[in-house]
Write a protein that binds this ligand. Structure first.
Ligand code: URA
Length: 209
């Protein structure tokens, strides 16, 4: 079974409440998503493999921990993933980036691919897929299918809000992919929105309807 990490840190929960509020402006929404990405990024990278490097401090020689060779790829599901990506790239500026363009067919709620670009050596990298909302799970499952077909083997998923239905879907299709989220909400509504949720994440982030 994959792991689900619910980040209950007080700052994360506080910022999430500000984000959910319908009166949150576009500028604040974008800023909060970035700040949440920094905090959640800390959690999703917590157990990355470390090695040691011999360094000289001003006082003596020591073997000090540093990240092991496996390089990171942040895989952003367009377009709402871009908000989280901005924060994560501040945390790990050297990470590579994959973009996966998916839109949601409004009748079937299924994810349809329109773009994919990723580094070639995905098999050698730790891939962290980012999308603020795990709703039906169709988008992230499709994105992970695409990444696995392109060679990715070691994948994690980071979101802000998850619906129980989306978690079940992710577990069923990709039991090897651990999930990190700031909240698990009650359910999906009849339009596939998470409730209580925060509305349309992409729309609120970019000021579109
Ligand atoms: N995508 C969103 O932006 N919001 C939801 O509630 C579900 C999917």
């Amino acid at each position: 079974m994959p792991s689900v990490t619910l980040v209950d840190h007080a700052l994360v929960q506080h910022k999430l409440t500000l984000l959910r509020d319908r009166t949150c402006s576009t500028a604040n929404f974008r800023q909060l998503v970035k700040e949440l990405a920094l905090l959640l990024g800390y959690e999703v990278t917590r157990d990355l493999k470390l090695t040691t490097a011999r360094i000289e401090t001003p006082l003596e020689t020591m073997d000090s921990p540093k990240l092991d060779g496996k390089k990171l790829v942040f895989a952003s599901i367009l377009r709402a993933g871009e908000g989280l990506l901005a924060g994560l790239l501040e945390l790990v500026p050297s990470a590579r980036v994959a973009h996966i363009g998916l839109y949601r067919d409004h009748d079937t709620l299924r994810a349809v691919q329109y773009f994919f670009k990723a580094p070639e050596d995905l098999a050698d990298r730790q891939v962290i897929v980012v999308d603020p909302m795990l709703a039906t799970g169709n988008s992230v499952c499709h994105a992970i299918d695409i990444l696995k077909k392109a060679g990715a083997k070691d994948i994690r998923f980071l979101c802000l809000l998850a619906a129980p239905e989306g978690i079940a879907h992710l577990h069923a299709e990709h039991p090897d992919v651990p999930l990190v989220t700031a909240a698990i909400d009650r359910q999906l509504n009849e339009n596939g929105y998470i409730v209580p949720g925060l509305g349309d994440a992409g729309g609120r982030m970019f000021g579109t309807t």
